[in-house]
Design a protein around this ligand. Structure first.
Ligand code: SAM
Length: 243
């Protein structure tokens, strides 16, 4: 079940504006461009695949997401396949040579069984020489400690609306972090508030789940510029292949 942040059309329309200037697509876009058939799991508004098509990708581009409001934004790009659904229930077999999960989408998978079923489906969808690339935030860095209203960000939409987005951690339990994101705008009757929980698996837990699903870690990086993973890296970028 997708959360309100992704299910509410007004918030889905704001998603890309709040992501402007993100550094990860410079890493992911060349991977997508080099592959013939790509599946973007948790594709959201589909920005990565839209950019790939715009950059001249001629092969199969396929985005999967359970949040219809996010896919509604993606559907503006009509020469990409958009599928509404949960990765754990997807049933592709050996169709993709590149599967990606960007924007920390992997962390929305919170329960062990949900992770296992999702990774099994990813493994099944991958060709034998394919790659699954995704990133998670390194729990050792405790990045959620910066998710406080003082770090709120503001954007101005093309309609001139000034919108503020403020995070607030509500609970930390083991490797699960629950937080709210409040969107406010002077022109709105009330704030839009979404609750989310993300799982922060560490660099040793990840390979265990991948191995159970028939995937092995090929390499792990610690930054979008390709630095090696260290205990203090903010990101754990994992490149996995069938093993
Ligand atoms: C943080 S957004 C990332 C969107 C996009 N990948 C990006 O980089 O901007 C996480 C996305 O994962 C999707 N999602 C949540 N649960 C999912 C599931 N079980 N299977 C596939 N996607 C899921 C959400 O609907 C949301 O669009």
């Amino acid at each position: 079940m997708a959360d309100r942040l992704f299910e509410e059309p007004r918030l889905a329309r704001l998603y890309d504006a709040f992501c402007r200037g993100r550094p990860d697509f410079e890493f992911y876009l060349p991977l997508v461009m080099d592959a013939h058939a790509v599946l973007d799991v948790g594709c959201g508004t589909g920005e990565l695949l839209r950019l790939a098509r715009e950059a001249g990708h001629r092969g199969r581009l396929c985005g999967l997401d359970p949040a219809d409001a996010m896919l509604e934004e993606a559907r503006v790009c009509s020469d990409v396949e958009w599928h509404l659904g949960d990765v754990a229930r997807s049933e592709w077999t050996a169709e993709f040579d590149q599967i990606v999960m960007t924007g920390h989408a992997f962390q929305v998978l919170v329960e062990d069984e949900q992770i296992r079923r999702s990774l099994r489906a990813v493994r099944q969808a991958l060709r034998a020489d394919g790659r699954f690339v995704f990133e998670t935030r390194n729990p050792a860095v405790r990045g959620w400690e910066d998710w406080v209203p003082d770090n709120a960000v503001e954007i101005t939409t093309s309609d001139g609306e000034r919108i503020r987005m403020a995070h607030q951690v509500q609970a930390v339990a083991g490797d699960l972090v629950t937080f709210t994101v409040a969107y406010s705008c002077p022109g709105w009757e009330r704030d839009e508030v979404s609750w989310s929980t993300l799982r922060f698996l560490d660099a040793t837990a990840l390979p265990r789940f991948l191995n159970e699903a028939g995937l092995v870690v090929e390499s792990q990086l610690g930054s979008w510029s390709g630095n090696p993973l260290t205990p203090t890296s903010e990101e754990i970028i994992t490149i996995a292949r069938p093993g």
